[in-house]
Design a protein around this ligand. Sequence first.
Ligand SMILES: O=c1ccn([C@@H]2O[C@H](COP(=O)(O)O)[C@@H](O)[C@H]2O)c(=O)[nH]1
Length: 245
Amino acid sequence: MAHSYEQAAGKLMVALDFPTAEQARGLIESLEGIPCYMKVGMQLFYTGGPDFVRELKSKGYSVFLDLKMHDIPNTVKGGANSITRLGVDMFNVHAAGGLKMMSAALDGVVSALESDSALKRPLLIAVTQLTSTNRDTLNREIGIPGTVEDAVLSYAALTKEAGLDGVVASPLEVHAIKGQCGAGFITVTPGIRPAGVDAGDQSRTLTPREAIAQGTDYIVVGRPITAAVKPREAAEQIIGEMMQA
Ligand SMILES: O=c1ccn([C@@H]2O[C@H](COP(=O)(O)O)[C@@H](O)[C@H]2O)c(=O)[nH]1
């Protein structure tokens, strides 16, 4: 299906992986007017904190808070409650934390919503197998047998059972996830590299056009935009590719 400019831009999540809010603001200014999602990860959150997230929301951006919580259920429930109060549009936990931990995250969301009717329900998703990992990481290093896709599908099934909205996976697994969990189960896919751009530490990658063609709901793009000489041009080129998919 062809995408309009707005549809394609709305599926682009820009990873604001910067050490300071000041540096992130520089990129945001250069992308002004592009209706993309902004993703705040641990590097920026640990310096910019909740205030920076509120600043993004006040500018009208949809925000994915990518803190990948992974702790005991009670702690994750509290974290999810605080994040929901912050007013983000999406946040995540690690599926490896298990069913009880993911259900506790959902409880944290529900308890926040019950305490303040003005709050909007954020999408809650779980990280399956990091896109920087491959079969060797899984089998030899961690000692988990099988293919990466097996592991991703197993985490996705658990995430669905816990009642979460979707998963983070590589674009290579989107087709299988949608087949198993249904088209409405959201996939958020990092590991995006336009042709000719260095993969860096990413192992399981596709281009923006290929990822959209696989049926992913959102692509996450960091360095191909943030480290580009002309970030706005890089972002517009990616959106153009997504529109052609
Ligand atoms: O499996 C995962 C989960 C999260 N990420 C995050 O996405 C971006 C990707 O950045 P690039 O610079 O485009 O590689 C980054 O914020 C990661 O923390 C991921 O890459 N893989």
